[in-house]
Design a protein around this ligand. Structure first.
Ligand SMILES: Cc1cc2nc3c(=O)[nH]c(=O)nc-3n(C[C@H](O)[C@H](O)[C@H](O)COP(=O)(O)O)c2cc1C
Length: 253
């Protein structure tokens, strides 16, 4: 089984998303899957031009010459695609949105009614990879993922596949914490994520029991908010950068 992760955090290797992905991959590999982890921030992905040449002039292929050609092939060669993104303004990151827009060549232009009675584009291929969603966000409550949950479900329907697993983590900025008590809690959390990776490969879904455990807060929301506000005050007062630096930050040129 081939599993490909597409991580769309601008922070790439330093991202909180990557911390979840690493644990998930460990579980997938333990279960015998072949895995590939791709940082979209390290790839050249221009925005879709809306020309529809991928449906008329060159059916199935985008005319833009950038990394999406190879990435689209990687999507279609996978059994499972993991869409991993930080929550940005209640949505996927801009990098992920560009990536998803540019996948439009993998369906046909023609309309048809889907099993829910809604119009969709016809399939271009017999088989599409199944989807798993991974995300984290800065706010503490799991409710911040409500838009994202809907987006991933609809993406799966648009692309003739199903969403077989979802891992959403509020309090995401804790994932890099060095505080001893938090580290202990994170160890438990990452073990659950690893188990989710294992279950996805061996069962094709995440059990209800595990899903409930994955959704539990890492620490009480009131502690988290107090800590976050204190950290922001410290950074503002000392005029310091946020501790995670994204590749491509202008100060690094
Ligand atoms: C432009 C931008 C928009 C964001 N929007 C949200 C948001 O709507 N809700 C939220 O809880 N966190 C939001 N965040 C916080 C990120 O989700 C949070 O910092 C997350 O841990 C980043 O994950 P990463 O390290 O994987 O990129 C936003 C951050 C940025 C930079």
């Amino acid at each position: 089984m081939k599993i490909t992760i597409f991580n769309s955090s601008p922070r790439a290797e330093h991202s909180n998303t990557h911390r979840i992905v690493k644990a998930f991959l460990k579980g997938c590999q333990k279960a015998g899957a072949e895995t590939e982890n791709i940082f979209l921030a390290r790839k050249k992905i221009k925005n879709c031009l809306g020309c529809f040449d991928c449906w008329t002039i060159k059916p199935g292929q985008c005319i833009i010459k950038d990394d999406m050609r190879v990435l689209t092939d990687k999507v279609m060669a996978s059994d499972i695609v993991v869409l991993a993104t930080p929550l940005y303004v209640d949505n996927v990151s801009g990098i992920m949105k560009n990536f998803l827009d540019r996948l439009i060549p993998i369906v046909m232009p023609h309309f048809e009614k889907d099993p829910y009675g809604e119009t969709r584009h016809k399939r271009r291929f017999n088989k599409y990879p199944k989807f798993v969603a991974i995300s984290n966000c800065g706010f503490p409550e799991q409710s911040h993922f409500q838009t994202l949950k809907l987006i991933f479900r609809r993406m799966a329907r648009n692309l003739h596949t199903e969403l077989i697993g979802e891992i959403y983590r509020g309090q995401g900025e804790l994932l890099k914490s060095d505080h001893p008590a938090v580290k202990l809690r994170l160890k438990q959390y990452f073990a659950l994520v690893e188990e989710a990776g294992y279950q996805i490969v061996t069962k094709g879904y995440i059990s209800q029991d595990l899903q409930e455990k994955l959704e539990k807060p890492l620490i009480p929301a009131s502690f988290y908010n107090r800590g976050a506000n204190k950290s922001w005050d410290d950074l503002i007062e000392k005029k310091e950068h946020f501790p995670i630096r994204s590749p491509g930050h202008p100060d690094d040129d």
